[in-house]
Design a protein around this ligand. Structure first.
Ligand code: FAD
Length: 498
C-alpha cells in the first residue's frame, strides 16, 4: 500500500530523484547507506531516499509527508552524526548532497558572501572560495567533510570559534523550508525567530536549503604550532589567557598519553612538520599519565615578520621548553589537516567501525576537576583517537540560537573522538558506550556545569532537562514551525503527530 502511495506521490517534478524501498527483499545500496551513519551504532531503514533539486522539491516532499498520518522526514547532510540523528525509520530521507550550488553574492552593505546549498561540504566551500575568489568563511570545523546544513543544525566548532564564534554565529541569511512546508528566507532582521531557531536547532524546525555565509580575504600562510604541557593547570591557564587576549587566530588543544607505545594517543601523535620527533627525555620526571598539547595558528602574509610575533607570545607560555613543534603551511593545507587522519583511518579499517563519540561542553571552573576526577582515572590509556580539550567564549554565541551551553563565560569543548579498530581487534562498542555513560554520570554526581554537544537522548524528559530554561521556547518553536513533528525524527525529541 505504502509503496504504491510513495511511488505515485514521489514524482515531485522539478528534477527531484527518488529511490523507493520496495519492501521485503534487498533494499538496495542507497537505502542501506541512508539507514546508517558515521556512529555505526544505530540503524533504521527509510522508506525512500529523495535527492531534492530545489527548495520547492523539499516543500513537495514535506507536503507529501503531511498528507500521510505517519511519515517523517530527515534531511541527511553527509551522515556524520553518531547516534542516528539523520535517520528516518520507515520515512523519507532527503539526501541534501544534491543541493550543492555555490554562488558569490554581495550583501547590501557590500560584504561578499557565499550563497550555498544546504548540502555543500565545508571542504567544497573552502576550495571554491580560496581558489576562485581568494576568500573564505572565518569559522570552521576541524574536519571539512561535513555539510553546511548539518553543522548549522548543531553549531560547527573549531579553534577559530573563540574569536569569531561558531559557524552558527557566522551566517547572514538562511532559506528554510519549515515542517509545515512553508519556504522562508530569514535573517537576523527578517523572520528572525525562525532564523535563530534553525541555528543549532537539530533539524527540528525546518530544512536549511540555502545559507548565506560572509567571506573574508583568505590569508596566504599559516604558522602552525604545537607546545606540550606537563600539568593541566598550566595548560588551561595559558589556553584561557590566549583566548581572552592573545594574537593567535586559532587555539585548540588535546590531552595525550604519556607513552611511546600508542601511535594514536601517545607521543607520536604530537609532532608536526617533516622530520620532527618527540623527545621524551624533555618530559620532567614524575609527570602524570596524561600530557597536554596546545595547538595554535597565526595567519600571516608572505613578507610579514611572523617569527617575532610568535616568539613574543610563546615566551609567556609555561609549556615544557623544547617540546615545541612548528610548521609553515598554506591556509587550505591548515584547514585540511584532518584529511590525512581520514585517509589513515580508512586504510586501517577504523573509519567504518562504530564511533561512540562523546562531546561535552563544560564550564572552565570545572575543567581541572574534570581532568583529575574523570580524564586521568578513566582515560589514561587513551581512546584510540583525539581527546580534544579547548576553551570557547559564551559571549560569541547568540542566546537566541537554539543551542544550549554551560552557564559560564569560558567553557571547554571536551571531545572524545574514539577511533578504534572494529571488534574483536578493537574494544566492543558497548564497552565504550558504557564508559561514556560513566563519564557523564561522574559529571552529574560531581555537579559539573556541563551540556552535551551534538546531544542525543532517548526520552523527552531528558531532552527537557538538557534544554533547561530554554525548553519552553524550543517546544513553542516546534509548535510554530513543525506542528505535526515530521522533521528529524532520529533526534528522538518529539513524536510524529497524526
Ligand atoms: P548529518 O549527520 O547528516 O545531520 C545532522 C543533523 O542535522 C540531523 O538531525 C539531520 O537531519 C540534520 N540536518 C542535516 N542537514 C540539514 C539541513 N540542510 N537542514 C536541516 N537539518 C539538517 N563538529 C564540529 O562542530 N566541529 C568539528 O570539528 C567536527 N568534526 C567532526 C569530524 C568528524 C570525522 C565527524 C564524523 C563529525 C564531526 N563533527 C564536528 C560533528 C558534525 O558537526 C556533525 O556530525 C554534524 O551533524 C554534521 O554532519 P553532517 O553534515 O553529516 O550532518
Amino acid at each position: 500500500m505504502m509503496i504504491a502511495y510513495l511511488d505515485q506521490q514521489l514524482r515531485l517534478g522539478h528534477g527531484a530523484e527518488a529511490t523507493p524501498c520496495l519492501g521485503g527483499g534487498d533494499p538496495g545500496p542507497e537505502l542501506v547507506a541512508a539507514s546508517q551513519d558515521f556512529g555505526g551504532v544505530i540503524r533504521a531503514l527509510p522508506a525512500v531516499v529523495l535527492r531534492p533539486g530545489s527548495a520547492e522539491d523539499v516543500a513537495a516532499a514535506i507536503r507529501m509527508a503531511l498528507r500521510s498520518d505517519h511519515l517523517t522526514i530527515a534531511a541527511r547532510g553527509n551522515g556524520h552524526s553518531v547516534a542516528g540523528q539523520a535517520l528516518a525509520p520507515g520515512g523519507i530521507v532527503l539526501d541534501m548532497r544534491s543541493m550543492g550550488r555555490i554562488e558569490l553574492v554581495w550583501s547590501d552593505d557590500g560584504q561578499p558572501c557565499a550563497d550555498v546549498g544546504g548540502g555543500v561540504l565545508w571542504g567544497e566551500l573552502l576550495e571554491w572560495g580560496v581558489r576562485v575568489h581568494g576568500m573564505a568563511p572565518r569559522s570552521w570545523t576541524d574536519y571539512l567533510g561535513l555539510t553546511v546544513g548539518g553543522t548549522l543544525s548543531n553549531a560547527g566548532i573549531s579553534g577559530q570559534a573563540f574569536r569569531h564564534g561558531p559557524q552558527i554565529a557566522n551566517v547572514a541569511e538562511l532559506e528554510v523550508v519549515t515542517g509545515d512546508a512553508e519556504r522562508v528566507v530569514c535573517s537576523p532582521s527578517h523572520r528572525s525567530d525562525l532564523f535563530f531557531a534553525a541555528l543549532g536547532g537539530l533539524g527540528q524546525f525546518g530544512i536549511i536549503t540555502r545559507a548565506r555565509i560572509p567571506l573574508y580575504r583568505a590569508p596566504p600562510l599559516v604558522r602552525w604550532i604545537r607546545v606540550v604541557y606537563r600539568r593541566v593547570e598550566e595548560y588551561v591557564a595559558d589556553a584561557e589567557w590566549l583566548v581572552k587576549g592573545g594574537v593567535f587566530d586559532y587555539v585548540e588543544g588535546f590531552a595525550f598519553v604519556n607513552s611511546g607505545d600508542d601511535p594514536a594517543n601517545g607521543w607520536e601523535s604530537v609532532p608536526i612538520g617533516p622530520g620532527s620527533v618527540f623527545e621524551p627525555d624533555l618530559i620532567p620526571p614524575g609527570s602524570g599519565p596524561l600530557l597536554y598539547c596546545l595547538e595554535l595558528a597565526l595567519h600571516h602574509d608572505l613578507n610579514e615578520d611572523v617569527e617575532k610575533k610568535v616568539e613574543e607570545m610563546l615566551r609567556q607560555l609555561k609549556y615544557i621548553k623544547g617540546l615545541k613543534f612548528t610548521m609553515e603551511v598554506s591556509y587550505v593545507e591548515f584547514l585540511s589537516r584532518v584529511n590525512l587522519s581520514e585517509s589513515e583511518s580508512r586504510a586501517n579499517g577504523s573509519w567504518h567501525a562504530p564511533h561512540p563519540w562523546l562531546n561535552i561542553l563544560i564550564s572552565a571552573s570545572n575543567i581541572v576537576d574534570f581532568d583529575h576526577n574523570v580524564l586521568q582515572p578513566i582515560l589514561k590509556d587513551g581512546i584510540g583517537g583525539p581527546m580534544l580539550i579547548y576553551p570557547l567564549l559564551k559571549s560569541k554565541w547568540d542566546p537566541r540560537m537554539s543551542v544550549v551551553l554551560p552557564d559560564s563565560e569560558v567553557f571547554y569543548l571536551v571531545a572524545l573522538l574514539r577511533c578504534n579498530q572494529p571488534y574483536p581487534v578493537g574494544p566492543p562498542a558497548e564497552e565504550l558506550i558504557a564508559q561514556n555513560r560513566e563519564i557523564l554520570n561522574l559529571c552529574e554526581s560531581n555537579g559539573y556545569d556541563h551540556k552535551l554537544y551534538l546531544p542525543h537522548y532517548e526520552s523527552q524528559t531528558v531532552w527537557a532537562d538538557h534544554f533547561g530554561r530554554t525548553w519552553a521556547r524550543f517546544v513553542d518553536r516546534k509548535a510554530r514551525y513543525d506542528s505535526r513533528a515530521i522533521l528529524a525524527p532520529g533526534q528522538l525529541i518529539f513524536s510524529r503527530a497524526h
